[in-house]
Design a protein around this ligand. Structure first.
Ligand SMILES: [Zn+2]
Length: 155
């Protein structure tokens, strides 16, 4: 389960709707908590909106054509900078959010191909410029598929 304060989800929605019709992305910073039953709960403490540098994708992966209208890419520099700042606050990067302009909030094949185990992948479906649906996904242990995780909105 992914727990996120409503004010932070509002920040996510503001970032991805401002970028419409392009995809937008960012990082979820927080902590993992072990519940009594042994399952893990992700708690978002802060979000970091990042630039979508998918237009530079050829520099990283020349075999996959990319554009900010249908892909997202967080630059390695941003990732490392935000990761270090998070650690200084005793936080971790616990997830990545991005938007699907005029598409459902379900992971694409490309999302599956690039996903890391252990992270939450929050996807916001932005329909005609408005945040329509928000879902969160985690890679299953065998790495072949996503499973959805519930999002708990807190005040
Ligand atoms: Zn996607």
């Amino acid at each position: 389960m992914l727990t996120i304060p409503k004010v932070l989800l509002d920040q996510v929605h503001a970032h991805v709707t401002a970028a419409y019709p392009n995809e937008a992305c960012g990082l979820l910073l927080g902590a993992w908590h072990q519940s009594v039953g042994g399952s893990t709960m992700q708690v978002v403490i802060r979000i970091e909106a990042t630039a979508n540098v998918a237009d530079q994708l050829s520099a990283f992966e020349s075999h996959v054509p990319g554009s900010v209208s249908n892909r997202y890419l967080i630059s390695p520099d941003d990732y490392v900078r935000i990761d270090r700042a998070a650690h200084a606050e005793n936080l971790d990067i616990i997830g990545i959010f991005h938007s699907h302009p005029d598409h459902p909030a379900t992971p694409s094949r490309e999302d599956l191909r690039t996903a890391w185990l252990g992270l939450s992948y929050m996807i916001v479906s932005v329909q005609r410029g408005a945040a329509a649906d928000t879902m969160s996904w985690r890679l299953m242990a065998n790495g072949t598929a996503f499973e959805s995780e519930s999002i708990l909105l807190v005040a």
